[in-house]
Design a protein around this ligand. Structure first.
Ligand code: MLT
Length: 244
């Protein structure tokens, strides 16, 4: 794909916002791509993955982009599946980053409801307390305190209402494993080697289930690989884009 003819749609994770993509925005805009990074922090509860996909499509419309390479990180990956299902004609390629196709189990759903209630009561600090410790690789925790600080800052900029709405929306997302074998767009699966939330074994399963999908495992990166190892992530995405 030629960069100047490519729109990249960056779908952020939970409880983050589009700011988490600041490095990717700069890298791919400098290559000549059109970059669209919508804010998916909806406050109407539950904020379903379909609601967020509709928001992302509205952002593509506003940018005048008919099709995009959809890059979904974690919750953004769940949104990417919803977008592919509902608006397949808008998807030119798919990059699934530190994410999964499975729905939550009963324990996971209960955890979401608990976090939603706490976020409404205590605000975004509830999500920081529940999640920050699990997001980063040991290498990042030791050597890059700035990444933890930046992640925390973005999390704290998300309202308790948006956190609750997204948590409840994720709890009711459907299992997408049945759609994987029918995916016909070029697909890249990326995972941090130390991702404790969506580990590499899960990413391998995801890549194996999607016809022709490529897999990249980023060393010394955890769940938040795109912020922990932005150069490695951007290189992997750029190299894959060149070949599709
Ligand atoms: C994310 O990073 O978006 C979340 O870890 C997704 C989730 O909680 O399932």
């Amino acid at each position: 794909m030629k960069p100047e003819e490519t729109t990249i749609l960056l779908l952020h994770g939970f409880p983050f916002g589009p700011e988490m993509w600041s490095r990717q925005r700069a890298t791919f805009a400098a290559k000549g791509c059109r970059v669209v990074a919508p804010d998916l922090r909806l406050e109407t509860s539950p904020a379903t993955m379909d609601d967020m996909a509709a928001e992302a499509v509205a952002a593509l419309d506003a940018a005048g982009a008919r099709q995009a390479v959809v890059v979904g990180f974690s919750m953004g990956g769940y949104v990417a599946f919803a977008l592919l299902e509902r608006y397949p004609e808008r998807v030119a390629g798919l990059a699934l980053v530190d994410t999964r196709a499975e729905a939550d189990g009963e324990e996971g759903k209960a955890g979401r409801r608990k976090l939603a209630a706490e976020a409404l009561e205590r605000g975004p600090q509830a999500a920081v307390d529940a999640m920050l410790g699990k997001l980063l690789s040991p290498a990042t925790r030791e050597r890059r305190p700035d990444v933890a600080e930046e992640a925390k800052r973005i999390m704290l900029s998300t309202s308790g209402k948006a956190i609750a709405a997204a948590a409840l929306g994720m709890a009711e997302r459907p299992d997408r494993t049945a759609m994987l074998s029918g995916i016909r767009v070029p697909t890249l699966v990326v995972v941090g080697e130390d991702d404790a939330i969506t580990p590499p074994a899960l990413a391998r399963g995801l890549a194996d289930a999607i016809p022709g999908a490529a897999l990249r495992v980023l060393p010394e990166a955890g769940h938040l690989a795109v912020m922990e190892r932005p150069e490695a992530f951007d290189e992997a995405l750029a190299a894959w884009l060149e070949n599709i």
